[in-house]
Design a protein around this ligand. Structure first.
Ligand code: URA
Ligand code: URA
Length: 202
């Protein structure tokens, strides 16, 4: 598929998601949040589910946690609009409870379609919900973050802490979640630069 077709198809998919009525979350949401960013990105970032701010505006990661994510990306010169950012579940669970298994199962085909269209080299899972969901293993995020996991289609999964977790644990001492995230984002940037140089010679 050429770039224009991919863009058009992604936009059509976003419209479908905005009108989705497949689970109970449709009854309480203000807006579904399909995700946003570049359809040509080498990297996709996948969070858990929209929060209150995202639900109101229909965009992913724009509240306090999202602003921190944007700053983390910026710290290694990753421009937010050049990557694709979305969530496992596209509608806000009431009161920000975790999405349940049935909601995840119903919503997952949307993420799978986005992945198939964007065809990223890397998927960064933010926090334990998307990490467990995609990696299908039950280890705590603290054990798997900062490591590369080979996934379907040669895509690499790179789990990182969720920015909300960093807001609640904001010490920057060695080994703290924030300090580990600083290491992880630099590792991600290193891999992205490598992939970009490979893409540019091919
Ligand atoms: N810049 C890009 O063009 N793509 C990425 O995935 C990240 C940064
Ligand atoms: N937390 C998430 O997991 N996703 C968002 O879009 C916002 C907050």
């Amino acid at each position: 598929m050429d770039k224009t077709t991919i863009s058009l198809t992604l936009n059509g998919l976003s419209d479908t998601i905005r009108n989705c009525q497949k689970c109970v979350l449709a009854q309480t949401r203000t807006n579904a949040v399909p995700g946003e960013g570049s359809p040509n990105s080498l990297a996709m970032f996948v969070g858990e589910a929209p929060g209150a701010d995202e639900d109101i505006q229909g965009q992913p990661f724009i509240g306090k946690a999202g602003q921190l994510l944007t700053r983390i990306l910026k710290s290694v010169k990753i421009i937010r609009k050049n990557v694709f950012i979305t969530n496992i579940v596209k509608c806000r669970p009431p009161g920000n409870r975790n999405p349940n298994k049935s909601e995840i199962d119903i919503c997952l085909p949307y993420l799978e379609a986005q992945i198939a269209l964007i065809n990223p080299k890397i998927i960064v899972t933010l926090g334990s919900v998307p990490t467990k969901c995609l990696l299908n293993r039950d280890e705590p995020i603290s054990r798997v973050r900062g490591q590369w996991f080979l996934w379907t289609g040669g895509i690499k999964i790179f789990p990182m802490f969720h920015p909300s977790y960093l807001l609640r644990n904001d010490q920057t001492t060695p080994g703290s979640p924030k300090e580990l995230t600083w290491r992880d984002i630099k590792e991600l940037k290193r891999e992205l630069d490598l992939l970009k140089s490979e893409r540019d010679v091919n």
